[in-house]
Every structure is written in C-alpha cells, then in structure tokens.
Write a protein that binds this ligand. Structure first.
Ligand code: KIV
Length: 271
C-alpha cells in the first residue's frame, strides 16, 4: 500500500515522457470513491470519470442524459480517493459543443468543484473553438476521436468507425488539429488497428486506445465491463478480468439464506 507522501503524482507531462520512452499508459474509468481508491492503490496511471457513468451507474441507454452536476458529483468522489493517478473528467453532452464560452464555463466548473486534473471532449475540427478557449484558461484537454458515443444519434450504431478512407482522412486531420491546439493526448475509440497505429506514429502526444489495437500509447476500458459487473456488453475488444456480477450475486444469495435461517449473526457476531 502506498503512503501518500511517497507518491509522485502522474501529470500530463509524465504521460508525455511515458510515450517518449515507450512505456504504455494504463487507464480505466472510475465513478466513485471506493473503486477509485482500489484503482489508485493498484497503480493505474489515469482514471477517467467517463460519461459512461450515464450507462453503468445510472442505467441510461446512452451517455447523453448525464448532467454536468452529476459528472461533478462522480468526479469529486473519485478525486477524494486518489493520490497518484491523473483524474480526467468527461464534459457531458450539451455542455461544450455549441458555444465555446459555455464550454469554458463547464470545464471551469468541473475543475473548481471536483478538483480533477483535466477534461475530455469528443470531436475534432467541429469543437476546435471550444478546445482553444478551454486550453487558454490552462485546463488540460484529452481529445476523443473515432467512435464518439455522444454522437450516437448522428451515426445510429456503435460499429467500428473510420473504415472508409474519407472518414479515416478526417480522423487523421482531426488528430493533428487537436495536437496543434495543445491537447495532451487523444482517446481513439473503435477504429481499425492499422489506422490507430498510423495516427499514433504521426503524433508527439500519446494516444489511448479502446478497441484500437495494440500499437497505441495506452489502453482504456470501462471498469464495470472489464470486471464483469456489467455483462450486457461484450464487444470483441473487451477483455473480462473477472465475473463480479455472478460473484456478487452468489454472495447476496448466501447472505439472504443466512439471514432467513438465522445462521447470521452467530454468537461471535453479536455484543
Ligand atoms: O465515457 C467513457 O467511458 C469513455 C471511454 C469509453 C473512453 O469515454
């Protein structure tokens, strides 16, 4: 277990150095204090307070309904637990796309009210004005290209993106624009491995892949998917490290039985 004073904090600068020396970046989503403590003590480099909280924490079908206040609630719970990892928070749908002044206000609220280290925004050229304005205020940004779940109503499906040359070319350009603007990294979601490798090679800033193959600078997964808490989602890119849904259910079944049969509490478990 780490002592907080011994722990060098991961910064965006550290991630840049990791890319330079070829060390992969490990990132997972986190939405609450207890899980974030485990992730941080285990040594995760980056915790993403993803708007996937809308799905896995709140049970919505998409990431669109989650609000800025809800993201701030999740982010501040995570920040309270973390000593080492960089904490990045998604700007939720509707808080940055249309108006760069509103985007800056949203990012400032996240940074001020949660104490997080950076924000993540989905999109390229179309959100560049918001990206510029937020960066000017000294707030680090992680970009997100490829499958961008906040645009599900535009694309209609969650299939692999940028398979066609026209979309691949736009993604290459968007990645360059985000790097030139000053983003410290880019998430590449569900795109062909070859394209992700090419983009990674062409950038100085790190890329973090999810369903983008191994030739990127780091990987991210949704915590509840990789632990097998959420079993409703099984894309090819997901490696499940546990089957917590069944394990928790078995524990709860045993607890119910113990209560009903008055096996719990026993004499040692009472005062
Ligand atoms: O919200 C999220 O969990 C994400 C990851 C899938 C990258 O954006």
């Amino acid at each position: 277990m780490y002592l907080s004073s011994d722990i060098p904090k991961i910064t965006t600068h550290v991630l840049q150095e990791m890319k330079q020396r070829g060390e992969k970046i490990a990132m997972l989503t986190g939405y609450d204090y207890s899980m974030a403590r485990i992730l941080d003590e285990a040594g995760i480099d980056v915790i993403l307070v993803g708007d996937s909280a809308s799905n896995v924490m709140a049970g919505h079908k998409t990431t669109l309904p989650i609000t800025l206040n809800e993201m701030i609630y999740h982010a501040s719970s995570v920040v309270r637990a973390v000593h080492r990892a960089l904490v990045v928070v998604d700007l939720p749908f509707g808080t940055y796309q249309g108006n760069s002044k509103e985007a800056l206000q949203s990012a400032i609220r996240i940074m001020k009210e949660s104490g997080a280290n950076a924000v993540k925004l989905e999109g390229g050229e179309e959100i560049l004005e918001s990206v510029d304005r937020i960066l000017t205020a000294g707030i680090p940004i992680l970009g997100h290209l490829g499958l961008t779940p906040q645009s599900i109503n535009k694309f209609g499906t969650y299939v692999v993106r940028a398979k066609e040359e026209k979309e691949a070319e736009k993604l290459r350009n968007d990645a360059k624009l985000l790097e030139e603007a000053g983003c410290f990294g880019i998430v590449l979601e569900k795109i062909p491995a070859q394209l992700a490798a090419e983009v990674t090679e062409s950038l100085k800033i790190p890329t973090i892949g999810i369903g983008a193959g191994s030739k990127v600078d780091g990987q991210v997964l949704v915590l509840h998917d990789m632990l097998g808490i959420n079993q409703l989602f099984s894309p090819r890119f997901l490696r499940r490290y546990h089957n917590l849904y069944d394990e928790i259910k078995t524990s709860v079944n045993t607890y119910i039985k113990d209560v009903k049969t008055v096996d719990f509490p026993n004499e040692k478990e009472q005062y």
